[in-house]
Design a protein around this ligand. Structure first.
Ligand code: 5AD
Ligand code: SF4
Length: 503
């Protein structure tokens, strides 16, 4: 096989160098402009995924390695990519020297996520030199960005293949093209694809499983790249989601995490049925699987019916991730979040009234363009008022092509850093207070495995999603136990088992 190109070009000149046929075949780069469009076409659901005959068994005796960055959606996509590769005969490896295919499943949410990937891609140049037959691919959210594809074309000729978030099902064909082409193969559809139902998956572990319920996002928050990288909102049919959850229950999984960029918008795209996220949870509640969680929620679509269903408890866990982003109504407006501080606080009040033991977590961005000290203070006061169990805090990072990246930004970097620090201090104090309140209480814990830092210690999570360390026999992994909390720290709890839970 020939090693492909010494590409030192950009999208425009690369286009002109190719014949029309080559271009159509190997060169379908992304376009942010097209990604912005929301078409009216129906999204079709396909149930006929299969590996093309000529690619069956092509990976026999060969190895793949996938590096995953970003959110749980990406982690789950990697499980699908692994499933496809294994169906082609490949087996997994952690050793890049042994790998025949290395794929970087990337995240575009903030600049530092992208920097990490470029660093790793640079490092792959040496590995590729040792093994010229290695296929190096980039997929995930970064591959949906024009600027990234340009940069790879220009400076990372060691890359053989770039494919987008809507092109995962095309992997067998793209891999074949990359193996036999001298050119870098690029296939990134800017328009979202259909829903492909029956792709194989290699799941990580046998206790917890991710289940996609919808894809894409139509919210277009002004700072966020996701609506461009993941396309328009498309919900999986309820019967497909339910069948998958039933099958996971049958296989003995103990917990499922329902995934979507905005799970509360589930079903809004159905034209033939009136069926929302609350309805879906109400059905999943009846399936015999001990624990059900979901992420991520947008406060705007969080309706009363959903709260009512969550209040029924049972296998629906009392953990709600409700990204607020800012406590200032003015900043929220500039972010196009489409709710006010008051609306958010009212939603929190309703949730707390209906589900008193719910743990609330959130995402917060500091240093949004033009954020004043007073506006930041409003975020601090909201954090105090809500009393989150945990918050993921970020410094604003401009994303090319998003409206916020064009906004005038007068906040110096140092001020942004300082705000992030102050916010984290407040939140850490609250997290610790919340954990201390659990001391001596008895909580239900699903034991998920060994502690990451000490294999002699078991680790599990409470219904509210808190990490608990405890000692016990490894045979308890995968079971539910009642635990008395003996020690509370900011991020972890320690406890002792008092009884097994009958399920
Ligand atoms: N800069 C910083 N944080 C961001 N997020 C999304 N886009 C950006 C950005 N441009 C954060 C939001 C979101 C979480 C997944 O990442 O808080 O909820
Ligand atoms: Fe990153 Fe967002 Fe893409 Fe997830 S959806 S990988 S968080 S950019």
């Amino acid at each position: 096989m020939t090693v492909k190109n010494e590409a030192t070009t950009d999208l425009k000149s690369a286009k002109s160098q190719k014949t029309t046929e080559d271009f159509a075949k190997y060169f379908q780069p992304p376009s942010l402009k097209d990604a912005k469009k929301r078409g009216k076409e129906d999204v079709r659901v396909h149930y006929d995924f299969g590996i093309p005959e000529e690619m069956q068994g092509i990976g026999k005796g060969k190895h793949y390695l996938i590096r995953t960055y970003g959110c749980q959606m990406n982690e789950h996509d990697s499980e699908t990519i692994a499933g496809i590769l294994e169906q082609m005969g490949y087996s997994s490896t952690e050793d890049e020297m042994e790998a025949d295919v290395v794929l970087f499943n990337t995240c575009a949410i903030r600049e530092n996520a992208e920097d990490k990937v470029f660093g790793e891609l640079g490092h792959m140049k040496r590995i590729k030199k040792n093994n010229p037959n290695l296929i190096l691919g980039v997929c995930g959210c970064m591959s949906q960005e024009e600027s990234v594809v340009n940069k790879i074309l220009k400076s990372y000729p060691q890359v053989d293949l770039i494919f987008g978030t809507h092109n995962i099902h095309r992997l067998p064909v793209l891999l074949r093209d990359a193996m036999f082409s001298k050119e870098m193969v690029i296939e990134v559809w800017s328009k979202e694809g259909d829903i492909i139902e029956n792709m194989p998956k290699v799941r990580e572990g046998n206790i917890k499983a991710w289940v996609n319920i919808m894809y894409g996002c139509d919210k277009f928050c002004t700072y966020c790249i996701v609506p461009y990288t993941r396309g328009k909102e498309r919900s999986r049919r309820p019967e497909d989601v339910i069948a998958e959850v039933r099958e996971l229950a049958r296989q003995g999984y103990k917990e499922i995490m329902l995934l979507g960029q905005n799970v509360n918008a589930y079903g809004k795209d159905f034209e033939d049925i009136k069926y929302g996220f609350g309805d879906l949870l109400d059905e999943i509640r009846k399936i015999d699987i001990p624990r059900v969680r979901f992420t991520t929620s947008h406060p705007r679509d969080f309706d009363d019916h959903l709260i009512e269903v969550l209040a029924k408890g049972g296998n629906l866990m009392e953990q709600i991730h409700l990204p607020v982003q800012s406590g200032s109504t003015e900043v929220l407006k500039k972010m196009a979040r489409k709710y006010t501080r008051e609306h958010y606080l009212e939603l929190v009040r309703k949730i707390k009234a209906a589900i008193p033991h719910a743990a609330l977590t959130t995402d917060i961005i500091v240093g949004f363009p033009g954020e004043t000290e007073e506006q930041f203070q409003e975020t601090l006061s909201l954090v105090e008022e809500v009393g989150y169990d945990f918050a993921y805090t970020f410094m604003y990072s401009p994303r090319e092509g998003t409206p916020a990246a064009e906004m005038a930004d007068s906040v110096p970097e140092e001020v942004k850093k300082d705000r992030l620090h102050r916010l984290m201090e407040v939140q850490n104090r609250i997290s610790k207070e919340k954990n201390l309140a659990l001391q001596n209480q008895i909580v239900e814990v699903l034991i998920e495995g060994e502690s990451k830092t000490n294999p002699d210690v078991l680790a599990g999570r409470t219904r509210t999603g808190k990490l608990v360390h405890l000692s016990g026999d490894k045979s308890l992994i995968g079971t539910l136990v009642n635990v008395r909390i003996t020690e509370a720290k900011t991020w972890t709890l320690w406890g002792e088992i008092v009884a097994k839970v009958e399920v």
